[in-house]
Structure formats: structure tokens, C-alpha cells
Design a protein around this ligand. Structure first.
Ligand SMILES: O=P(O)(O)OC[C@H]1O[C@H](OP(=O)(O)OP(=O)(O)O)[C@H](O)[C@@H]1O
Ligand SMILES: O=c1cc[nH]c(=O)[nH]1
Ligand SMILES: [Mg+2]
Length: 216
């Protein structure tokens, strides 16, 4: 299932617009904060679908019956561009467990690239609710490879995926390969370049958030 948060009138489309705007996106702090804010809204939307339990809470004046999260999700993110969205999720799910995966595009001389995963740090994922954030869902290759790796550490019960901008081609691939996942998108674009960049997209999310890096 795919949800495009820019389809309904909400602040998310303002923040996605700022991420895209060449005159605004170079303000790194605002760029990271906008990713964080989009993640916060998605975290709140996902929170409505999680299991809750009743607990009694002693107030100074009596007992309140309150609903609290029955279990903590695992917040997973893909380094490095995912870090800002990850912080947005942590702002809301402040007691969550965390998983980090390094997935990057290893470019070849002929212009093609493979997704390399060299590092993963995760709790046991068996029967857990896992929320994976990455701002850009372009070809979908990073996400599919990441989920395959994560599943080696146990089979999650529920998978949510959060992206600031996704493209239709990548969404089709991810939906086909991970049909159980619910995919939350800040916005959805139609086009992908031969080099795997989303059009109109926003450019390189990792570079805009953290600066350029050397290719290797
Ligand atoms: O859907 P895909 O085609 O796999 O592309 C999306 C990936 O590309 C970006 O990361 P990038 O490789 O630029 O690494 P970075 O976070 O270090 O910038 C982005 O954060 C995703 O992880
Ligand atoms: O458009 C894209 C595609 C992949 N990664 C990005 O940062 N931007
Ligand atoms: Mg990048």
C-alpha cells in the first residue's frame, strides 16, 4: 500500500517544496529540519496504526486510564541521507530500538551502479514492527537490498517504509519485492534519469544534508 502525503492539503507539501527549491535547499539546517519534520508527520500517522494497551496512571488528583504503545517499533535507516528522517522518527518514538544500515551506490566506469551494503547494526527483528526511513526512493534498489539484509536478522511482523520523495518506478519495484510493506511518501514523482535520479526530485539528498563526498 502506498500513501502520498502531498495529495491531501497539509504542511508536508510546503516542506517538500522547500526541499526541492534550488534557492532554499542549500540551507543545510533547513533541509535537514524539513526532512525531520516530514518524518515526524509520518511517525504520527503510523502511530495511529500501532497496537496500544490500557494503563492506569496516578495523577495528583486520581487515577487516569490511558492508552500507551503496547510495543516499541524498531526504527531503521539507511546511511547517510536517512539520518535526518531517523531523528524525526526518534523525536516521536523516543523509546524505540534502532537499526542502521550503510547502503550506497557504488558507481562503475560504464555509468552503472550497484548497491553495496557494508555495515549493519540491528536488534533481533523477529515479530517486530519495523519502520525504515530514507528520504529518496529512486530505483528502490537500496530499500529492497536493505530489507533483504534486515530479514536475515529475523522476520518483522509489520514493515513501514518512509520516503520524502519517491518515484513511481521505484515504488512499483519495492511494492513487488516487499508486498507486505506500507509505503509513506512525502510526494511522488514520475520520472527517473538513466543515472537513477528522480525528476523533478530535489537532487542529491545526502549531499544537500551533509555535503558532497568523494566517489568510491
Ligand atoms: O532507490 P535507489 O535508487 O536505491 O536510490 C536511493 C538511495 O540513494 C540515496 O543514497 P546515496 O546512495 O546517494 O547515499 P548517501 O546517503 O550517502 O548520499 C538515498 O538516500 C537512497 O538511499
Ligand atoms: O534523486 C535521487 C536519487 C537517489 N538519491 C538522491 O539523493 N536523489
Ligand atoms: Mg546521496
Amino acid at each position: 500500500m502506498i500513501i502520498n502525503l502531498s495529495q491531501n492539503h497539509s504542511l508536508v507539501s510546503n516542506w517538500v517544496r522547500e526541499l526541492r527549491d534550488v534557492d532554499i535547499q542549500h540551507d543545510r539546517m533547513r533541509f535537514r529540519r524539513n526532512l525531520e519534520r516530514i518524518a515526524e508527520v509520518i511517525a504520527y500517522e503510523i502511530s495511529k496504526e500501532l497496537p496500544y494497551m490500557q494503563v492506569e496512571t496516578q495523577t495528583p488528583l486520581g487515577i487516569s486510564n490511558s492508552l500507551v504503545l503496547k510495543e516499541q517499533p524498531v526504527l531503521a535507516t539507511i546511511l547517510r541521507a536517512g539520518l535526518a528522517m531517523h531523528q524525526g522518527f526518534l523525536n516521536y518514538f523516543d523509546k524505540a530500538d534502532n537499526a542502521f544500515i550503510s547502503a550506497y551506490r557504488k558507481h562503475h566506469k560504464d555509468g552503472t551502479f550497484d548497491i553495496e551494503i557494508e555495515y549493519m547494526s540491528t536488534p533481533d527483528l523477529e515479530d517486530r514492527i519495523v519502520i525504515i526511513s530514507d528520504p529518496m526512493l529512486a530505483t528502490g534498489a537500496s530499500l529492497v537490498k536493505t530489507v533483504r539484509f534486515l530479514k536475515e536478522e529475523g522476520k518483522p511482523r509489520i514493515i513501514h517504509i518512509a520516503a520524502a520523495i519517491a518515484c513511481t518506478e521505484g515504488l512499483e519495484y519495492v511494492s513487488r519485492e516487499i508486498p507486505e510493506a506500507k509505503i509513506w511518501c512525502g510526494d511522488i514523482d514520475e520520472e527517473l534519469t538513466a543515472k537513477g535520479y528522480i525528476v523533478p526530485g530535489l537532487g542529491d539528498a545526502g549531499d544537500l544534508a551533509y555535503g558532497s563526498k568523494t566517489q568510491y
